[in-house]
Design a protein around this ligand. Structure first.
Ligand SMILES: [Zn+2]
Length: 408
């Protein structure tokens, strides 16, 4: 992509009420724009990153047999009344349509997916089943000061699984847990992300969160170094020790909840009367679980983790472009290199703007693509380009003829 044609530019003026680092730097670098508190627009660079995060999540959900669907964001009040959550769900966005019909903007989708499943699940032969979606969700948060980490509108992947027995659910739950670890590894977050025990509700002793350590986090977790797990604040008060080894020397850290998995049991199948006929003819309630991960929150968390004073340092797996190509008054030679690289399927942002070299360097650091290539009279004199990794202090000259091989 040519930067001179890119919709949006790096900006110097920030919205005055924006206090979170992740939103500040993403706005400055031209990835997002703030529409209202907790509500952001994704610009081409930001959407590229968000789509890459979603792609990784999607691949791993497909691997565990999830079938992708898309549920509505506008959900009828009646469904929430059925589960007694119309008045009890924290921060539910409610609105009134024509003829005083009431709706909620989806904050989660158990109320929609359970009656949907009831239309297609009748017998044990249809189980187990797992469906997921990646969708925009809404929460009427009192505070929305953490940028993409806590928005009023945000993206969410939610997987729901349906089982004939608790045993079957337990096996699948572990499979999804493993898929989540794989997702965080691919996102570059695994070193900082802890499986965290949290309260399980009526149907299991524990549920699990995935918490990523960062000072920007709003949660507090307590880490057992021996087991490499954590417990959240809610249950440390009851437990006062690691649930796996009994260790009482736990280290407190701030963290962001980047995912959660929860055994719902019959919490939703009972009120919606979602049942199946077992092999012996007996009618039984379907056992359910839900598994969430927020791509927009993950994006904000990555930025909180990977940056320096100059800007973002994207992990390659989610970078908007692998290569940022900068022409320093050598557009003809740079154009040739640009064409060669995109011809090889390498993702390149090509800075062909009529601005100073200093501005190009500063913007490249701010935007944070993993590899910066400079084409200047000096590099061309050596039949080379300068290659510098965003995370490295210095660059090196690479012969143009070896460039594609080096990048691949
Ligand atoms: Zn332990």
């Amino acid at each position: 992509m040519r930067q001179a044609r890119l919709f949006t530019k790096t900006v110097k003026e920030l919205p005055k009420d924006e206090t979170s680092y992740n939103a500040q730097v993403l706005i400055r670098a031209g990835f997002i724009d703030k529409t209202a508190a907790g509500v952001y627009a994704y610009l081409p660079l930001g959407l590229k990153v968000l789509n890459k995060i979603c792609h990784i999540i999607r691949e791993e959900m497909n691997q565990v047999g999830g079938q992708e669907i898309l549920l509505p964001a506008l959900t009828p009040k009646e469904a929430w009344v059925t589960t007694k959550r119309w008045d009890n769900f924290d921060a539910l966005f409610k609105l009134t349509g024509l003829e005083n019909k009431e709706y909620a903007l989806g904050a989660t989708h158990e109320e929609i997916v359970t009656p949907l499943a009831k239309k297609f699940i009748f017998s044990y032969r249809e189980l187990p089943l797992a469906v997921y979606q990646i969708q925009t969700k809404f929460r009427n948060e009192k505070r929305a000061k953490a940028g993409l980490i806590r928005g009023r509108e945000f993206s969410m992947k939610d997987l729901y699984s349906f089982h004939a027995s608790q045993e079957d659910l337990d096996v699948y739950y572990e499979k999804v847990k493993a898929a989540y670890f794989k997702i965080y590894e691919r996102l570059g977050l695994s070193a900082e992300t802890y499986l965290t025990y949290s309260s399980g509700g009526a149907f299991s002793k524990y549920s699990h969160e995935f918490q990523t350590l960062t000072a920007a986090g709003e949660d507090h977790i307590f880490i057992c170094e021996k087991c490499r797990v954590a417990v959240n604040r809610e249950i440390i008060n009851d437990l006062k020790a690691c649930p796996e080894c009994g260790n009482k020397k736990l280290r407190e850290e701030k963290a962001v909840e980047v995912g959660n998995i929860f055994k719902l049991g019959t919490r939703f199948s009972e009120p919606f009367k979602l049942k199946y006929r077992a092999e012996n003819g007996e009618e039984k309630p379907v056992i359910m679980a839900s598994y969430g991960i927020g791509p927009s929150r993950v994006l904000g968390t990555i930025v909180e983790l990977f940056h320096d004073e100059k800007g973002i340092i994207w992990p390659e797996s989610v970078a908007p472009f692998k290569v940022h190509l900068l022409s320093i008054n050598e557009n003809e030679a740079a154009e040739k290199i640009y064409q060669t690289l995109i011809g090889e399927g390498i993702e390149v942002l090509y800075d062909d703007r009529e601005v100073s070299a200093g501005e190009k360097f500063a913007d490249a650091d701010l935007i944070g693509c993993p590899i910066r290539l400079i084409v200047s009279a000096k590099t061309l004199a050596a039949a080379s380009v300068e290659l510098k990794r965003r995370a490295a202090k210095t660059g090196e000259l690479i012969k143009i003829e070896n460039l594609v091989v080096t990048l691949k």
